[in-house]
Write a new protein. Structure first.
Length: 1121
């Protein structure tokens, strides 16, 4: 035996006392002091040795690790675990026989009445810490079922004697009295009791240690060493708890992400609402102001403008008149001087040139005649040009042409009359095409923002109904919005559109909304046809349409609340057999061709080719607007071309009509020229030339007279210019004076009428309107200013209406989308954006300014400060668990190195580390998350990307698939990264032998190897770095554990437990006492005797000399036999 000093045992809890009351065949109270060096419970087979071991198991171990009667041979055929139970021990089962019916009958020492049992184990660490653990079990009645057995657990600091429980039992098991009388710890459950006790006596939190202490009582074989060490020596690593904490951290993070994502989606959905609401309000204000100012206020404002312009104009005329008067006075003086000079020369010339004066008068008259005939001829030529004729140059041509003019006029009139119907038709066609173009353009514009293919008029009617009764429009779908042509059946869309047109435009009204909608439609003029069906509850049975029918070629959106009802209706109503040609319809009661010919019962045929049914731009089935939008765009494009062509043709005809009208008028005007002489400007010009020749001839003969005439003419010219200038000035002065008088009168009249706008905002607004007008501002232009001003107000009113409509349309799309997705968060569910636009704008601002930033901040904070660190902590837990396994194996090997395994050799636990690829991949993911963590806190985009990486990782930790469970085990259970085996080494460290499975050895060798492995496993779990490999909790129960070993193997096995510092509690037959004596400090002899009420066990200390004598007697008896 290895001497174990008190210093070695210091701070090592050892069993020093075992007490029992009514345990098995031990009746009454028994108190066994236990030597710190260990104890041997010995005696004949069946005497009760194992009962004492089971008593210690009951007080120390959880129920699933207690392993009662561990000495029993469980390898025999039909043997089983747990042949004894706590209930058997409490009742005192001592025999099992058959009754008169050959049924098993157990006999009890304490049966048929209330009874109780108690076990107390006292542990002492030799350093002042003493703990007594007590387990009490009792029956309050006569039953024997373990389910009715009541437990009580106690932990006392120091000693506690079980006889103190007799007062409790005498008081009818009054636990309240007991707790008051003995204020020790009373854990509420066995789990809490084991946990608290383990913490107090050095067992720590290792579940493997408790399990091993239970198994060690009679462990004969450990099997595969690798699995034994993994399953028994190594606890489930803390990595699983760390992983669970990480997963628990992810749930609030995921919730935070969902909150932030929802806030982001809501902000995105409502992003345009504030600006559109502002546009709507501004446009409403604009329209209201413009509309309110269009009448009297605008007139007052314009009157004020007129007064200002009049005042400005009057002031300008005053200034101008002053200048004109001064200029007239100066020019009048100059005119008089020029006239005096001219008259003097005229008198002189008159005296000398009487003949010249007469010729000059004749020449002046001739020149006037020439100009008059030229003007008449030019007008006449222009009229003939409109008739496509050249002007005549002789009287004969004139007369010939004059006779043709009535015919030309009649021809133009007749052609114009013939052209009139064509012209009217051309204008009508152009107007109709323009109207069609405007209608289709408006339809296209509406479709671009629409959510379905329903025509605008029907959609507006639905919206009006929904708004009036306070029902969301989404709750009142048209049937067509939930119906579409199935994939691969597109060729049947034209036929489906024709057959389902009327049904598709039917409103589906939920039963709960039936009454208010029915009353509203009945009491209001709907301005058109309204069809609706009340959607009732549907049965679970959903009939499927027959193949090759129209219903089978359609799909219904069954996610909508009305979808299941509608699907049943489609199956029942549209059971038309689909065929390619009309000839094939003869074989069926109802059917439809691919071109839309419909056969109804009674040989009734129908085909509807109206444009609103055949044109793809008018299709209504489904929610995909792309095809209809493309068709409308093509139709609008074609209408643009057709409209231009029609307008061009109408313009051409209009120009021709104007030309004919002008020709007709020209012919009438030309007819009025009846005398050629009034047009013959050539003859008049010849007469004037003759007069000029005579004047020139006279003048050339009298040089002095010629010079006098020139001087006179020059003086006359100067005088006449000055006369003309004075006349112009006089006229201007008269005109300006007259205008000034008129303006003053007008100003006085306007002044007496309202002309001031007192509201500053109205005046500022009207100033802005005026500033938009590109017009000359003057009193003379006031009529045009008034007209243009009013038009501008009208334009602004119209523009405001358009802006309001566009804003309402955009807001409604956003608000309807929000209500559809987040009805519970909507401040108003009516869909009336004119009423609730402010609420949704405020909601957006609230989301954008507070909710979204707060949600994102919390999300980014959680992923940065909680989630990623928890993942990092898991990685560190994996690394720590891996490192601890290696360190503790090294510590165990130090202890194994102190005991020879065989002569000159020592056993070591060898391990190889080979982590699976999943561990490396997990580490790479963690490194990526940690490396990206710094940028996440300040960048929301990076935070979302980080979250997606985290979410993908969490999916592996939360998924319940076989693959995910395997992946988690590979990553978290670091035990699986190690392979363990036994390595027997010589003094030089060379491997002599390796052990991978204990079953491969002989019985004795097997038990020795088991002992070494068990000692190593227990040391791994119960020792720490400061205990030199020795366990903090020393008691080790061995219940006939070395039955197959010879003395040498048994001694080697016991020595390893002793070397590791265990206090051995051994139950063994007397023949083994000599082998175990070196390793224990006392022996307790257990005996059983029969009494009248059954078998009773007793025990008392015995010396090893007494045991040796008993051993000799047994040997002699065996020899004599």
């Amino acid at each position: 035996m290895t001497d174990t000093s008190d210093v070695t045992q210091l701070r090592q809890f050892r069993l020093v006392r075992l007490q029992i009351v009514n345990w098995g065949t031990f009746s009454g109270y028994k108190d066994f002091p236990i030597n710190r060096q260990g104890v041997l419970f010995t005696g004949p087979s069946g005497s009760g040795k194992s009962s004492l071991m089971d008593a210690h198991s009951t007080v120390l171990l959880p129920a699933h690790d207690q392993r009662f009667n561990a000495s029993a041979d469980l390898t025999a055929r039909g043997s089983k675990q747990a042949t004894r139970s706590v209930a058997d021990y409490v009742r005192g089962a001592w025999s099992e026989t058959n009754d008169e019916h050959e049924q098993s009958q157990v006999r009890y020492l304490r049966g048929g009445k209330p009874t109780w049992s108690a076990i107390g184990a006292t542990y002492d660490d030799a350093a002042g810490s003493v703990v007594t653990a007590v387990t009490v079990k009792w029956f309050t009645g006569v039953d024997n079922d373990s389910a009715n057995l009541k437990p009580l657990y106690m932990i006392a600091q120091g000693q506690f004697t079980l006889t103190d429980l007799e007062g409790w039992a005498e008081r009818g098991f009054d636990t309240r009295w007991l707790k008051a009388a003995y204020p020790v710890s009373y854990p509420s459950s066995q789990e809490a009791y084991i946990r608290d006790l383990a913490a107090m006596i050095g067992l720590g939190g290792s579940k493997s240690a408790l399990s091993l202490l239970g198994k060690a009582k009679a462990m004969k074989n450990v099997g595969d060493l690798n699995y034994f060490i993994r399953d028994n020596m190594l606890d489930r690593p803390e990595t699983f708890a760390a992983a669970q904490r990480m997963v628990n951290t992810f749930k609030p993070l995921n919730d935070a992400f969902e909150i932030a994502h929802r806030a982001y989606q809501q902000e995105k959905e409502l992003r345009d609402v504030p600006s559109q609401w502002q546009r709507y309000q501004q446009a409403t204000t604009e329209r209201t102001r413009a509309d309110s100012l269009k009448g009297g206020p605008a007139e007052v404002y314009l009157r004020g403008l007129h007064l200002r312009l009049l005042a400005e104009e009057i002031d300008q005329i005053d200034t101008a008149l002053q200048g004109l008067d001064e200029d007239l006075q100066a020019r009048t003086k100059d005119q008089q001087a020029a006239y005096d000079s001219f008259w003097s020369l005229e008198q002189q010339w008159s005296e000398q040139g009487e003949v010249l004066r007469t010729l000059q008068v004749q020449l002046d008259a001739a020149n006037i005649e020439v100009q008059a005939r030229r003007d008449a001829y030019a007008a006449y030529g222009g009229q003939l040009a409109l008739l496509g004729r050249s002007a005549p140059v002789t009287e004969a041509e004139f007369l010939a042409l004059r006779s043709q003019l009535p015919q030309l006029a009649e021809s133009a009139r007749a052609e114009r009359e013939q052209l009139a119907p064509t012209l009217r038709a051309a204008f009508a066609e152009a107007g109709q095409l323009e109207k069609d173009l405007q209608g289709k353009t408006a339809e296209l514009q509406a479709l671009r923002v629409a959510r379905s293919l329903i025509p605008a008029r029907e959609a507006q009617r639905r919206d009006a109904i929904a708004q009036a009764v306070g029902v969301p429009a989404a709750d009142l779908p048209f049937a067509a919005e939930l119906i579409d042509v199935a994939e691969g059946q597109e060729r049947w869309r034209p036929a489906a559109e024709k057959v389902l047109r009327s049904f598709g435009l039917r409103l589906l009204v939920p039963e709960r909304h039936e009454r208010p909608i029915k009353e509203f439609i009945d009491t209001h003029d709907m301005r058109g046809i309204v069809e609706y069906s009340v959607v009732t509850a549907t049965s679970a049975h959903r009939p499927r349409p027959r193949p090759e029918t129209l219903a089978a070629k359609l799909t219904v959106n069954t996610d909508h609340p009305s979808g299941l009802w509608l699907a049943a209706q489609i199956t029942a109503r549209f059971d038309h057999v689909c065929v390619d040609t009309a000839r094939e319809l003869d074989q069926h009661r109802i059917g439809v061709t691919v071109r839309g010919t419909l056969k109804l019962p009674g040989n009734h045929y129908r085909k509807d080719d109206r444009p609103e049914l055949t044109n793809p731009s008018s299709y209504i089935l489904g929610a995909n607007t792309a095809a209809k939008r493309a068709a409308l765009e093509a139709e609008v494009s074609a209408l643009v071309g057709d409209s231009k062509q029609a307008n061009d043709a109408a313009d051409t005809l209009s120009r021709r009509d104007h030309a004919l009208s002008a020709a007709q008028q020209a012919a009438g005007a030309a007819t009025k020229h009846t005398i050629w002489s009034k047009l013959d400007h050539w003859k008049a010009a010849g007469d004037a030339e003759q007069l000029e020749g005579r004047l020139a001839e006279i003048r050339s003969g009298d040089v002095d007279l010629q010079r006098l005439e020139e001087r006179r003419d020059d003086a006359k010219s100067v005088w006449r210019k000055l006369v003309g200038a004075c006349e112009l000035l006089t006229k201007r002065i008269e005109g300006e004076s007259h205008r000034q008088t008129s303006l003053v009168d007008e100003h006085e009249q306007e002044q007496r009428r309202p002309h001031e706008i007192h509201d500053e905002d109205d005046r500022r607004y009207l100033d802005e309107v005026l500033a938009e007008l590109v017009l000359t501002r003057s009193p003379d232009n006031m009529a045009q200013i008034r007209t243009t001003f009013r038009r501008e107000l009208e334009r602004r009113t119209g523009a405001a209406d358009t802006t309001r409509q566009n804003a309402v349309m955009l807001m409604k799309r956003a608000v309807d989308g929000f209500i559809e997705k987040w009805r519970d968060a909507a401040p108003d569910t009516s869909g009336d954006v004119e009423k609730c636009g402010a609420d949704f704008a405020a909601l957006h601002d609230e989301i954008a300014a507070r909710k979204l930033p707060e949600a994102m901040t919390r999300f980014q904070q959680m992923i940065s400060e909680d989630m990623v660190p928890s993942i990092g902590m898991l990685q560190r837990a994996i690394e720590k668990a891996t490192q601890e396994i290696q360190e503790r194996v090294d510590m165990v090997n130090i202890g194994l190195g102190r005991v020879e395994f065989n002569s000159g050799t020592h056993l070591q636990i060898a391990c190889t580390f080979n982590p699976p690829a999943e561990v490396k991949a997990f580490r790479a993911r963690v490194d990526e998350l940690l490396s990206l963590a710094p940028g996440v806190r300040s960048d929301s985009g990076k935070a979302v990307a980080q979250f997606r990486r985290v979410r993908d990782l969490m999916a592996l930790f939360t998924s319940d698939t076989t693959e995910a469970r395997r992946w988690r085990t590979d990553v978290l259970d670091v035990r699986n990264s190690y392979t363990f085996y036994g390595s027997e080494k010589d003094p030089d460290g060379a491997t002599v032998h390796t052990y991978r499975n204990t079953a491969a050895n002989s019985g004795g060798e097997q038990e020795k190897l088991v002992a070494f492995c068990l000692a190593a496993a227990l040391s791994y779990n119960l020792a720490d770095r400061d205990s030199d490999g020795r366990p903090r909790f020393a008691p080790l129960m061995l219940d006939e554990a070395f039955s197959k070993s010879d003395e040498t193997f048994s001694a080697q096995a016991l020595s390893v437990f002793d070397e590791f510092g265990f206090q051995m509690l051994i139950a063994a037959p007397i023949r083994m006492s000599g082998i175990v004596e070196p390793f224990i400090g006392q022996a307790i002899l257990v005996e059983k005797r029969m009494a009248a009420d059954g078998a009773h066990s007793n025990a008392a200390s015995a010396t090893f000399g007494e045991l040796a004598a008993r051993r000799g007697q047994e040997f002699d008896g065996d020899a004599g036999a």
